[in-house]
Ligand binder design. Structure first.
Ligand code: FEO
Length: 177
């Protein structure tokens, strides 16, 4: 196999970042689940699954383009939080970081004239705008209602009920799907 391009190396690193995001969201969900906050727990369990699916889409792309897949390990997530706002603030920080990573990947793809990679990343660029906006709204609600957690639960029940089996026809194919 030829030496991996910078893009392939960075996309493998991003697979690790997405799996790390999955683990972090599971840790957030578990924190809320243990506090009997089912809407917050459900929201983060669903976010976790989305992150796993982002990693699997990247693996599918690497496989389909004949690139090496390294299947990386990940660092342990943060699991202890002081209050209900902290996991949400951490999640927003994480989404902002991922947006920068995706933009950096897009820049590398363009530098290498890797047009299939550039096109592959378009979906992730749009997805990140949505995820940062969602987490930013939730953080505002959580900060406003930190002492009235039922209001945060009510907001999620109304705005992000889940269970609608959202399918995105334009989403890249995931490995194993
Ligand atoms: Fe896959 Fe929300 O980053």
């Amino acid at each position: 196999m030829p030496a991996a391009s910078t893009f392939v190396r960075k996309l493998n690193e991003q697979v690790a970042n997405e799996f790390a995001a999955h683990q972090q969201y599971v840790a957030c969900a578990v924190y809320f689940d243990a506090k009997a906050l089912p809407q917050l727990a459900g929201f983060f369990y669903r976010q976790a699954l989305e992150e796993r699916s982002h990693a699997m889409m990247m693996i599918r792309f690497l496989l389909d383009t004949g690139a090496e897949v390294t299947t990386p390990g990940v660092e342990a997530p943060r699991a202890g939080f002081c209050d209900v706002v902290e996991p949400v603030a951490l999640a927003l920080e994480q989404e902002r970081r991922v947006s920068e990573q995706i933009n950096e990947l897009a820049a590398t793809a363009r530098d290498e004239r890797n047009y299939p990679a550039e096109q592959f990343l378009q979906w992730f660029i749009a997805e990140q705008i949505e995820e940062v906006a969602t987490m930013s709204d939730l953080l505002q609600v959580a900060e406003r209602s930190r002492d009235h957690v039922a209001e945060i639960e009510g907001f999620l029940a109304r705005e992000h009920p889940g269970g609608d089996g959202e399918t995105d026809a334009g989403a890249p194919k995931a490995a194993g799907a």
